[in-house]
Design a protein around this ligand. Sequence first.
Ligand SMILES: Nc1nc2c(ncn2[C@@H]2O[C@H](COP(=O)(O)OP(=O)(O)O)[C@@H](O)[C@H]2O)c(=O)[nH]1
Ligand SMILES: [Mg+2]
Length: 227
Amino acid sequence: MFNMSNLDFQIVKVKEDILIENDKKADSLRKFLKEKGIYFINVMASPGSGKTTLLTRIINALKGKYRIGVLEADIDGDVDAERISKNTGVKVIQVHTSGACHLTAQMVEDALKAFGVDDLDLIILENVGNLVCPAEFDTGSNINMMLLSTSEGHDKPLKYPLMFQVSKIAVISKMDVAPIFDFDLNKAKENILYRNPEAKIFALSSIKNEGVDSLINYLDSLIQNSK
Ligand SMILES: Nc1nc2c(ncn2[C@@H]2O[C@H](COP(=O)(O)OP(=O)(O)O)[C@@H](O)[C@H]2O)c(=O)[nH]1
Ligand SMILES: [Mg+2]
C-alpha cells in the first residue's frame, strides 16, 4: 500500500499480512486434523486464571475415553508441562515462543510434527497467558475456550473485546473466591454476552470441583458431534 502524501516511501501493513498468512495456515492445519479425526481445543486466558488447574480436571475426566495430547505454550519454563504430565499421565509437549505472547498456526504445526499426532483423538493447547495477543491468532483449533477468573473482575469483557468475541466457551473460574473480589456474576455474564451473544458460559471452581462436570460434559458432546 502507498501513502497519500507525495513523499517517496511505502507503508507496509505487516500485521495484516501476517494475520492473513496465519489464517491460511490455521485452515490447512484444521483440515489436516479433521482428516485424522482429531479434535483440537485452544485454551486462552491471563496468567494465573486457573488454566492448568482446570485442564488437569478435564484431562483426568476424559483420558479414559480419548487419547489426549497437551501442548503447553509459554515464553519460557516447563512448569505447566511438568504439572500436567505428573497429574494426568498424558502425553505433553512444552512449546517455547521465544518471547512472543501468542502461538501462531505455524508454531502449532511445528510442535505437532515434533509431537506426533497419529496416536491422538484430542489435542488441548494451553496458550500463552495473555488476554490480548493470543486472541488475534487462529491456532487451527476447532474451538477457543477462554477463562476469566473472579479475581480479574467482571469488567474485563468490556476492556478486552476480541478475546471474548473469538471464544465460543467462556469459563468464569475461581467462583469459590468471588465474594472476596466483589465479583458480580450476573454483570460478568452480561458483559460476556455483550461481546459474544453466542458464548456458552460456565461458572465453576476447579479447586472445589464445583461446576466442572457440566463443562466436561459439554466438551465431550462437542468432541462426539465432530466425529
Ligand atoms: N481459589 C481458587 N484458586 C484457584 C482455582 N483454580 C486455580 N487456582 C489457583 O490459581 C493459581 C493459578 O492457577 P493455574 O492453574 O496455574 O493458572 P494458569 O496460570 O492460568 O495456568 C494457583 O495458585 C491455583 O491453585 C480455583 O478454582 N479457586
Ligand atoms: Mg498454566
